[in-house]
Design a protein around this ligand. Structure first.
Ligand SMILES: NC(=O)c1ccc[n+]([C@@H]2O[C@H](COP(=O)([O-])OP(=O)(O)OC[C@H]3O[C@@H](n4cnc5c(N)ncnc54)[C@H](O)[C@@H]3O)[C@@H](O)[C@H]2O)c1
Ligand SMILES: N[C@@H](CCO)C(=O)O
Ligand code: NA
Length: 438
């Protein structure tokens, strides 16, 4: 059969991994695809010492690839929003299929890109965009197709998990571990995307759309990063039997679905609590299958290339299929308008448990006043830790509450911070049991 001809745009971390995997495993891949997958052209700004591009047609202009009549599939690995959007739309306009690892692009411009691709009858595949090498999109979109998805929760940023793991296990400084993750090629071009949860929110947006069959709505995701997590919180969480992880969480509720990324206390015995370093894991609850878990490398050159090349295989197998019979981009065929209308729950309406850390003046009655504020909002306390204070010092108080609505907790925090005996602001970290029976 005719080979599938690929044009790779961007020869950085993922581009070089994709180039090398395609070259190294060419025979294996051709046997799986039923036809060879060949690199027709590579667009790059400079040589990458990790790749031997001798004998491959190269260009400095990515748009040349988008217009090249000898390219069947454009692989977008340049990253970013605007040029990538223009590049992908140009490729689609020229009848090319597209494979991308760019979650920012899909989360923000995906609705427009899928519409354009649908009109042209071309494939847009993006497995590498969520959780790197883990085939979670394929699992959710195809493997779990029988299920009504109830919730999903995951560690979906490798850089952030790498930082949290090494800070906790080795007591190292945040900046130091971040620099290491950047050197390993895990971080985004702007690492605040990793640290502040924007990258995880891009990925969660994509997962939720596939899970519930709703349009991509990144702008409505709640995003909170890990930069304010202190060693004290990590230690207190441990004392209470929890681990702090940066999670993307989406639950289906009567009133809509949740879409939130924030640091979260989870019980130590949960599998997600034991996912370390650059590894990602996503727990998905389906009504028929029950709880499932997807685990593996969430970033890095070849783990991510594994997903890019798997998408190329799908393209090679589907290239001659009438596009009406292909798996829809976001899993649902778009005929269920009432499901499309399922809205995102405002953050004030989510219900969860909370870890609170406050600094109090060591005077009798402070704890009683805090407890009164909580009880007036109907919130019961699950655990309290009050540390010994030396004369004249502020004393930390740690509270674990039962589940309540976020807006009630906002009011509690407002009132606690207004107490004369409380110094500074209250630290709030949400707590999830991730209990399959909850
Ligand atoms: N690094 C990872 O582990 C990882 C994992 C999953 C997804 N991704 C995604 O993959 C994409 C690429 O990430 P990366 O880590 O490989 O980044 P990178 O910075 O290592 O590589 C990007 C490459 O594209 C080139 N480039 C950018 N604009 C260009 C242009 N206009 N013309 C020609 N070349 C251009 C850059 O010179 C660079 O070599 C991003 O969307 C990222 O979010 C990365
Ligand atoms: N910067 C991302 C790359 C993988 O998407 C991460 O660290 O998870
Ligand atoms: Na993936």
């Amino acid at each position: 059969m005719k080979p599938v001809r690929v044009g790779i745009c961007g020869l950085g971390t993922v581009g070089s991994g994709t180039f090398n995997v395609l070259m190294r495993n060419a025979d294996e891949i051709a046997r799986r695809a039923g036809r060879p997958i060949v690199i027709e052209q590579v667009a790059m700004r400079r040589d990458n010492p990790d790749c031997d591009t001798a004998g491959v047609k190269t260009t400095a202009d990515v748009f040349e690839v988008a217009r090249n009549p000898d390219v069947d599939v454009l692989v977008e690995l340049i990253g970013g929003y605007e040029v990538a959007r223009e590049l992908v739309l140009t490729a689609i306009e020229h009848g090319k299929h597209v494979v991308t690892a760019n979650k920012a692009l899909i989360a923000v411009h995906g609705n427009e890109i899928f519409q354009a691709a649908h009109e042209q009858g071309v494939i847009v595949a993006f497995e590498a965009a969520v959780a790197g090498g883990i085939p979670v999109i394929k699992s959710l979109r195809e493997g779990l197709g029988a299920n009504r998805i109830e919730w999903l929760a995951g560690i979906i940023n490798g850089t952030g998990n790498y930082i949290l793991t090494h800070m906790r296990d080795e007591g190292r400084a945040f900046e130091d571990v971040l620099a290491e993750a950047q050197a390993l090629g895990y971080a985004e071009a702007d690492p605040t995307f990793d640290v502040e949860g924007i990258d995880a929110a891009h990925k969660l947006t994509i997962l939720a759309s596939i899970a519930y069959g709703v349009p991509l709505q990144f702008e409505k995701a709640y995003t909170e990063g890990i930069s304010r997590i202190t060693a004290e919180d990590v230690e207190q969480a441990d004392n209470l039997g929890y681990v702090i992880k940066h999670l993307g969480i989406s639950k289906r509720t009567e009133a809509g679905f949740e879409l939130r990324v924030h640091p979260t206390l989870i019980p130590k015995e949960r599998m997600l609590a034991n996912v370390h370093g650059v590894k990602n894991a996503i727990a998905v609850m389906g009504d028929a299958v029950g709880p499932t878990l997807y685990y593996g490398a969430g970033a890095g050159a070849e783990p991510t290339a594994s997903a890019v090349v798997a998408d190329l295989l799908d393209v090679a197998r589907d290239i001659t299929t009438d596009h009406h019979y292909r798996v829809p981009y976001l899993a649902f065929s778009g005929i269920h308008d009432e499901i499309n209308a399922l809205s995102i729950l405002p953050m004030e309406e989510i219900v969860t448990a909370y870890y609170l850390r406050l600094l109090a003046v060591d005077r009798p009655g402070v704890l009683a006043r805090v407890a009164t504020i909580l009880s007036e909002q109907g919130i019961s306390i699950e655990a309290i830790i009050q540390k010994e204070a030396t004369e004249g010092e502020l004393v930390p108080i740690i509270l674990l509450t039962h589940r309540t609505r976020e807006k009630n907790m906002n009011e509690v925090i407002r009132q606690i911070e207004a107490l004369a005996d409380i110094a500074g602001s209250v630290t709030r970290i949400r707590v999830e049991s991730l209990d399959e029976h909850e």
